[in-house]
Design a protein around this ligand. Structure first.
Ligand SMILES: [Zn+2]
Length: 308
């Protein structure tokens, strides 16, 4: 029996809204208002202080949603950490989310890599290796199946994700924009070459290293034994091709993301909130055109809806 993993949390068709001071915000539901709010903030840089709290319950009208879904020809699915968390992928953020004694943001930065590339590589080596025991969950599968089914009807589904674990790809999604890169791609710090690398371990010196316990001893691997560029005339130090704290998103990925957002006629927000990055950065762009944004959450229990 196929369980439907995705629960509709709230959604609304955004009418073409304009900033109007001192007015209740057009009776939009709370989550939609939040989207509208951030969208308008971005556009008008004005703050609504007097938004009414009435109609603050999200809509879960599946009939309307299905109608909307059935008409959509180009669907953008924005996914965040919640989708990975359901597969047990550690993200090292929030309470209890430490690797040894560090949070992700302390290791996932150009400064950390410059000062201790061995430690940062141990961290990423661990994250790569741990993925061999993690698998796509029903949300990944539902999204991939949705893409496949709609493609056969000449309709397009694209996943825009902050997750770096490739679980969407493993579930069978084809149209994926990875905002933060992924764990299985490297970039040469010398020649800039970007390559897929699924080797395990990624280099002999990292074999058996990366133990996450706070008592683990740092491997202190000499820099020449860390992953190196495979181009014969280069041999530069490799780094994970992921976007670190303090770094900007890849321009080409951003360009493609923008194009998808400009052309889609439905946007689903899954495993994250429409007011939290990455959705908060992109959903307003869609909502501002009057395109529906539907927010989902993942539930362990058999849920109330599927993608139609
Ligand atoms: Zn190189």
């Amino acid at each position: 029996m196929r369980q439907n993993p995705v629960l509709l949390l709230g959604w609304s068709i955004h009418s073409r809204f304009r900033y109007q001071p001192n007015r209740t915000y057009l009776g939009l539901h709370y989550r939609s208002k939040a989207v509208a709010y951030t969208g308008l903030l971005a556009v008008t840089k004005k703050v609504f202080l007097n938004m009414s709290q009435e109609n603050s319950r999200p809509s879960s009208d599946m009939t309307k949603f299905r109608e909307c879904f059935s008409k959509a020809k180009h669907i953008v699915v924005l996914t965040g950490a919640g989708v990975s968390a359901e597969s047990g992928v550690p993200t090292f953020r929030g309470a209890g989310g430490l690797w040894r004694k560090w949070k992700a943001q302390e290791l996932a930065s150009p400064e950390a890599f410059a000062s201790n590339p061995s430690l940062v590589w141990e961290f990423y080596h661990y994250r790569r290796e741990v993925m061999s025991s993690k698998h796509p969950n029903p949300a990944h599968v539902a999204i991939a199946e949705c893409e496949k089914r709609l493609k056969a009807q000449g309709r397009r589904v694209v996943v825009i994700t902050q997750n770096i674990d490739e679980l969407h790809k493993r579930a069978g999604s084809e149209n994926i924009l990875e905002l933060h890169g992924n764990l299985f791609t490297t970039r040469c710090t010398k020649c800039g070459d970007v390559s897929v690398n699924k080797e395990s371990p990624i280099c002999p010196a990292l074999a058996g290293k990366g133990e996450p316990s706070p008592n683990a001893v740092d491997a202190k691997i000499p820099v020449e034994k860390l992953p190196r560029c495979k181009k014969a005339d280069c041999k530069g130090l490799l780094r994970p091709h992921v976007v670190w704290f303090g770094e900007g998103l890849d321009r080409e990925v951003l360009r493609q993301t923008s194009e998808e957002l400009d052309n889609c006629d439905l946007c689903l927000v899954v495993g994250t909130s429409s007011v939290v990055y990455p959705a908060a950065m992109f959903a307003p762009q869609v909502a501002f055109r009057g395109v529906p944004v539907a927010e989902f959450n993942i539930e362990e229990t058999p849920a109330t809806s599927s993608f139609g």
